[in-house]
Design a protein around this ligand. Structure first.
Ligand code: AMP
Ligand code: MG
Length: 396
């Protein structure tokens, strides 16, 4: 049986190879960028006024009485300062008028009227005025043709803004894999049905579909009964049409847990079966020759969810966030397994604490609604003390 660390390493080393597709800008949020984005012009593209106020030429202006000869609004073509001892009123976002180099804020002067003439009298000490102030110089953020966004990053609203500003209306992103969610089990009925005394409604497929939906990935759901011929035939069809299969149930030691044997019969390469962890020990992972990836997760909902969060999500999100929490009470766990305990985190004196919910084990998924992740207690230890720091697998 392999360790959690080895299992994650194998999963990350055997990911589905994505292709590239083109999507409209807004649809690219949350996706992985598949091209470099370049500055189409300087950033900012012109010497930009950064404050509403008054622009002038620092070395030439008559600071005693700055006569205002014009107004430069945002969105207007550049005006020219005719008399270098004078000034021009300017608005934030406007191009700096030709002949000016410095901007004073409205807060720092008063405008007075002298007949037809308008002039500014400065209300701050003149030493406080610095040449070039309140001007955002052309190209000072980025130069034209510079790479603004690197291929491979995850697109957030900030990246959307950058792409909008360089006029990228269509964006190349890595295509999302086609995912099949397959629950197995003769005891399961769908949610519209009323289960008989010995049946339950399926929840795993909905849980996983919801988790995928949150990261913008769509999946098709299937339900298969615990019947070897049916499993063989249906899985063969599904593998043919999908890139990643997420199965739940049928991977443990039960007499009708046919999934691992069927996956082998179908010619898949088993990369591991069983991980030294609780919950989720029976997890199976493998791939086809064509590079399709199969995660067969145990059916108990907490196990399914833990395995999904720990192994499947990092491959789909192309990132692993390493978080840590401080255990707020002692836990003793003797088996040589990594113990994932559902926890509720909270802050105390600026530190993230974790309150464990030991509950009644891997079937107790109602417990998860009180929690926001799993604390990861390593296999090598048996006593986990309040105040010790451990890894955290967040799901909320
Ligand atoms: P299995 O891994 O097939 O042995 O299932 C372990 C436990 O998880 C059993 O109690 C199943 O009834 C339950 N289970 C399996 N699949 C699901 C599912 N899709 N939704 C809810 N519970 C499930
Ligand atoms: Mg089952």
């Amino acid at each position: 049986m392999i360790s959690v660390e080895e299992a994650l390493k194998i999963v990350l080393a055997n990911q589905h190879e994505t292709t590239v597709s083109e999507v409209p800008l807004l649809s690219s949020v949350g996706r992985i960028l598949a091209e470099n984005i370049y500055a189409d012009r300087d950033f900012p593209p012109f010497n930009r006024v950064a404050m509403d106020g008054l622009a002038f030429c620092f070395n030439e202006v008559d600071l005693q009485k700055i006569v205002l000869e014009n107004i430069q609004f945002a969105g207007e073509a550049q005006k020219t300062l005719q008399d270098t001892s004078k000034g021009i009123e300017v608005m934030t976002g406007a191009i700096l008028p030709l002949g000016c180099d410095t901007v004073l804020r409205y807060e720092d002067f008063n405008i007075q009227q002298d007949g037809e003439k308008k002039f500014a009298s400065i209300s701050i000490p003149s030493e406080e005025i610095k040449k070039g102030q309140n001007v955002h110089l052309q190209g000072s953020d980025r130069k034209a043709k510079e790479v603004l966004l690197q291929k491979g990053i995850k697109i957030s609203p900030a990246e959307i803004a950058v792409m909008a500003t360089v006029g990228k209306s269509i964006v190349k992103v890595q295509s999302t894999p086609k995912i099949a969610l397959i629950s197995t089990g003769d005891e399961l009925v769908d949610i519209e049905e009323t289960p008989l005394a010995y049946q339950i409604r399926t929840s795993n497929a909905y849980m996983l579909a919801a988790a995928l939906q949150q990261i913008g990935v769509e999946a098709t759901t299937f339900h298969l009964i615990d019947e070897e011929k049916v499993l063989y035939q249906k899985l063969k069809e599904i593998i043919h049409s999908y890139d990643i299969l997420l199965l739940s149930g049928g991977v443990s030691a039960g007499k009708k847990d046919f999934v691992p044997a069927i996956l082998t019969d179908l010619g898949l390469e088993k990369l591991f079966h069983k991980v030294a962890q609780k919950p989720g020990k029976p997890m199976w992972f493998g791939k086809t020759k064509a590079g399709k990836i199969i995660f067969a997760l145990p059916g108990n909902p907490v196990s399914t969810f833990l395995c999904f969060c720990k192994y499947v999500l990092p491959t789909l999100k192309a990132e692993i966030k390493h978080e840590e929490v401080i255990l707020d009470r002692d836990i003793i766990f003797k088996p040589d397994l990594t113990y994932f305990v559902p926890v509720k985190t909270y802050f105390e004196a600026g530190k993230m604490m974790a309150k464990p919910f030991l509950g009644s084990g891997s079937a107790d998924f109602a417990n998860l609604t009180d929690c926001d992740g799993f604390v990861e207690l390593p296999a090598e230890k048996q006593v986990f003390k309040a105040g010790e720091v451990f890894g955290f697998v967040r799901f909320r």
